[in-house]
Each structure stands twice: as structure tokens, then as C-alpha cells.
Ligand binder design. Structure first.
Ligand SMILES: NC(=O)c1ccc[n+]([C@@H]2O[C@H](COP(=O)([O-])OP(=O)(O)OC[C@H]3O[C@@H](n4cnc5c(N)ncnc54)[C@H](O)[C@@H]3O)[C@@H](O)[C@H]2O)c1
Length: 246
């Protein structure tokens, strides 16, 4: 098993990619703390996991609760941190509110930095690993998606910067860039008025059935968080059914 004896923290575990990753890591022997603002969703995830996790609600916009989440997760030491919680809001840039832009930066980027910052002293003791969640939106300009894309470019910068800062201490930091994944985030977000679909669809997956399932992304989390990826740090790993290939 990949994570026998390892202790981990997974955020965003009430749903989608975070839930699939928590289930995968527990099946591989990890003792986890799972965090999200959706407590009922966390409990549902916990019921699906092979090893019962510690369940802890937090709100990514409240940095004190981010730090408290790490304190709980690291009580007996911490080997792995997966930052997966995130938020999507999009629409034509002329009418996109500054408040929503700030919210995306808070939830998707600033809270990731705060959680990494709180976890690093613990991860240095274990020569641990961080896996963040960026997006294909971290790697290109995306129409109608400026706030989200900016927040995910920030995740890429946080990932690469921390990787360099702590590489000599044995801490690895990587990020995954999923393309379109079938989760509540993408299924429940109705397209806003006034988008040009031809512009949007230039980014469609190229593989037959190219949209990813959450489990496809969980596999990459497991690989990067395990010793199998011991030489990978400071890198962005795309899983997108060929969206960015051309
Ligand atoms: N679904 C996709 O196509 C896709 C593509 C690229 C990247 N991503 C990224 O993958 C990650 C997971 O997304 P998903 O598709 O599984 O979506 P999801 O909506 O199923 O899960 C996101 C989780 O984050 C939690 N969350 C949101 N705001 C929070 C807050 N303020 N505090 C605490 N928790 C909060 C939600 O409650 C939810 O459980 C996100 O970072 C997302 O940006 C998703």
C-alpha cells in the first residue's frame, strides 16, 4: 500500500476530486484528516473511506480556521498535504464583480498559501509532500474565467516558489492541472449570459470521452504524494484529456 503509516490532510474532501482522493488515500493505508466547509459532505465521504478519518469543518476565507485545520491534522505529525478545496465563478469580464474576483483569490490561492505555511513546520520534520490543485486555467488565458484563472496561476506560483524554497530540506511541492472534470463544480455551474461558445470550446478535451472523472485526478494525487514521485518537485502535472495539446 502506498500510504501505510502516513498521516495526511486533504481539503475539499466533501465533494468531487477531494472526495475521490480521500477515498483513494484511505484505501492505500493513509490516516487522514479531511477538511471542507461542507460538514455533511465530509461525513458522507468519511462513510466511504476504508480507514475512518478525522473530520474537521473549516472555511477557506477564514485564515484562523485554516490554521486550526492544520493543527488538528498535524497533532500526531503530518506527512502529506493535498490542497483541493476550490471555487469556480465565471462570466463576461465587463460585468464580473470585484468582490467575486477577491473571493476566488481568497479561496483558491491565499488559503492555499496559509495552509501550506501552517503545515510546513510539520512537513519538514517528516520530509513530507504537498500536492496543490491548479488547473489548465493556470497554464493559459481563458475567456470569461479571468478571476479563476488568476487564482490558479497564483497556485502555480505558490507551488513552484515553495518547492525551491524548501527543496534542500527534503520537502516536495507539486500541483496538478486538471482539465474538465465531471464534478458538482462543473455540473452545477450554469453558463452565464453573453458567452461566445466557439471561444469556449476551443478548449474542449480531444480524447474520446475526454472529460475526466474525479478518480482520474485522484490517481495523480496518489502518485505525486507517494515515494514513487520522489524526484518530482516544483512541477505542474496536466491531466486534461488533451485539452492543452493543441
Ligand atoms: N472540476 C473541474 O473541471 C476542475 C478543473 C480544474 C481544477 N479543478 C479544481 O479541483 C478542485 C476540486 O474541485 P471539484 O471539481 O472537485 O469541485 P467540487 O465543487 O466538487 O469540490 C470543491 C470543494 O471545495 C469546497 N469549498 C469551496 N469553498 C470552500 C471554502 N470557502 N472553504 C472550505 N471549503 C470550500 C466545497 O465545499 C467542495 O466540497 C478545485 O480546486 C478546483 O478549482 C476542478
Amino acid at each position: 500500500m502506498l500510504f501505510e503509516g502516513k498521516r495526511g490532510l486533504i481539503t475539499g474532501a466533501a465533494s468531487g476530486i477531494g472526495r475521490a482522493t480521500a477515498i483513494k488515500f484511505a484505501a492505500e493505508g493513509a490516516q487522514l484528516t479531511i477538511g471542507d466547509r461542507n460538514l455533511a459532505g465530509l461525513e458522507e465521504t468519511a462513510a466511504l473511506m476504508a480507514i475512518k478519518p478525522v473530520v474537521q469543518a473549516y472555511d477557506a476565507t477564514d485564515y484562523a480556521s485554516c490554521r486550526a485545520l492544520v493543527d488538528v491534522a498535524a497533532r500526531d505529525g503530518l506527512d502529506v498535504l493535498c490542497n483541493i478545496a476550490g471555487l469556480l465563478k465565471w462570466g463576461p469580464s465587463e460585468t464580473f464583480s470585484a468582490e467575486d474576483f477577491d473571493l476566488l483569490m481568497n479561496v483558491n490561492a491565499s488559503s492555499v498559501f496559509v495552509i501550506c505555511q501552517a503545515a510546513i513546520p510539520h512537513l519538514l520534520k517528516t520530509k513530507g509532500v504537498i500536492v496543490n490543485t491548479a488547473s489548465t486555467a493556470a497554464l493559459q488565458g481563458q475567456p470569461y474565467n479571468i478571476g479563476y484563472s488568476a487564482s490558479k496561476h497564483a497556485v502555480a506560483a505558490i507551488t513552484k516558489g515553495l518547492a525551491i524554497e524548501y527543496a534542500a530540506a527534503g520537502l516536495r511541492v507539486n500541483a496538478i492541472c486538471p482539465g474538465h472534470v465531471v464534478t458538482p463544480m462543473t455540473q452545477n455551474t450554469a453558463p452565464p449570459e453573453g458567452v461566445d461558445w466557439a471561444l469556449m470550446m476551443r478548449n474542449a478535451p480531444k480524447l474520446l470521452d475526454g472529460s475526466c472523472e474525479p478518480e482520474d485526478i485522484a490517481e495523480m494525487f496518489a502518485f505525486l504524494a507517494s515515494d514513487k514521485a520522489r524526484k518530482a518537485t516544483g512541477a505542474l502535472f496536466t491531466v486534461d484529456g488533451g485539452q492543452l495539446a493543441g
